[in-house]
Design a protein around this ligand. Structure first.
Ligand code: IPE
Ligand code: IPE
Ligand code: MG
Length: 258
């Protein structure tokens, strides 16, 4: 078994945060506004959380913006979401670049209108050399899609004779997933009160810490983000070991440092 997993009971390292940004529609409805107003307000919350991650030197932030299933929404809402995505890709990239943020978009991008695909490629190219926060926007993303596309790519490699079926391990499969070269997600946050995964990252949830809040996404502030982080830091990540094992290893480390 790998020995290199974090073992501390306090002050866990937070390298990668994943968020399901839910509750935009309800936020708007509460104000007698169209659902779209909630999506627009949600973009302001994105700015705040991105800058908080930059300040805290978190390595990666993955935001669920549009799921594989969200195409089922009314045509008008899907259209407005696409427009908002296009506007954000045009207007936000400069600031991301100035903050050394590397933007990536994960998901099945082939389903997007060509105009959006062009904007995506441009935005990705513009920030590709940045070395700070990696911001993944999950768009037309589904956890099942991700595992399926990984399996497909591996099958192709086997077919081509570049990979043998016997050699496939968890580590091999991971190399084909969308978040392949990033630290494993540590903290999963869902706003908006629902306690479900809705086909967001699946593989990586294996040992991710889950945090659910009733706060609707447009109201999710830096302060609320800090509450989630504090909750994460106070947890004991055991990765299958016992609490005693971890406490003993912490005591041992403390002794060695004295
Ligand atoms: C999440 O907010 C944003 C997207 C799925 C695009 P919702 O639009 O799902 O908001 P609620 O859940 O209806 O309040
Ligand atoms: C999940 O929210 C997807 C995003 C936030 C992008 P949904 O609002 O689509 O999830 P369900 O339908 O309530 O499960
Ligand atoms: Mg929702």
């Amino acid at each position: 078994m790998p020995e290199d997993k974090p073992t501390g009971s306090q002050g866990n390292d937070l390298r990668h945060v994943c968020i399901i940004m839910d509750g935009n529609g309800r936020w708007a409805r509460k104000r007698f506004m169209p659902r779209f107003a909630g999506h627009k307000a949600g973009l302001s919350a994105v700015r705040k959380i991105v800058s908080s991650c930059v300040e805290q030197k978190i390595e990666a932030l993955t935001l669920f913006a549009f799921s594989s299933e969200n195409w089922r929404r009314p045509k008008q809402e899907v259209g407005l979401l696409m427009e908002l995505f296009a506007t954000a890709l045009t207007r936000e990239v400069k600031k991301l670049d100035e903050n050394n943020v590397q933007l990536r978009i994960i998901g099945d991008l082939s389903a997007f209108p060509e105009k959006i695909q062009t904007l995506i490629n441009k935005a990705i190219a513009q920030t590709a050399d940045n070395t700070g926060l990696v911001l993944n926007i999950a768009a037309n993303y589904g956890g099942r899609w991700d595992i399926t596309q990984a399996a497909k790519k591996m099958a192709y490699e086997v077919q081509q004779g570049r990979l043998s079926a016997e050699d496939i391990s968890e580590e091999t499969l991971e190399q084909y997933l969308s978040l392949k070269d990033l630290p494993e997600p540590d903290l999963f946050i869902r706003t908006g009160g629902e306690q479900r995964i809705s086909n967001f990252i699946l593989w990586q949830l294996a040992y991710c810490e889950l945090y659910f809040t009733d706060i609707l996404w447009p109201d999710f502030s830096r302060k609320e983000f800090q509450v989630a982080i504090d909750s994460f830091r106070s947890r004991q990540r055991r990765f299958g070991r016992t609490g005693e094992q971890l406490n003993n290893s912490i005591n041992k480390n403390e002794q060695e440092q004295k």
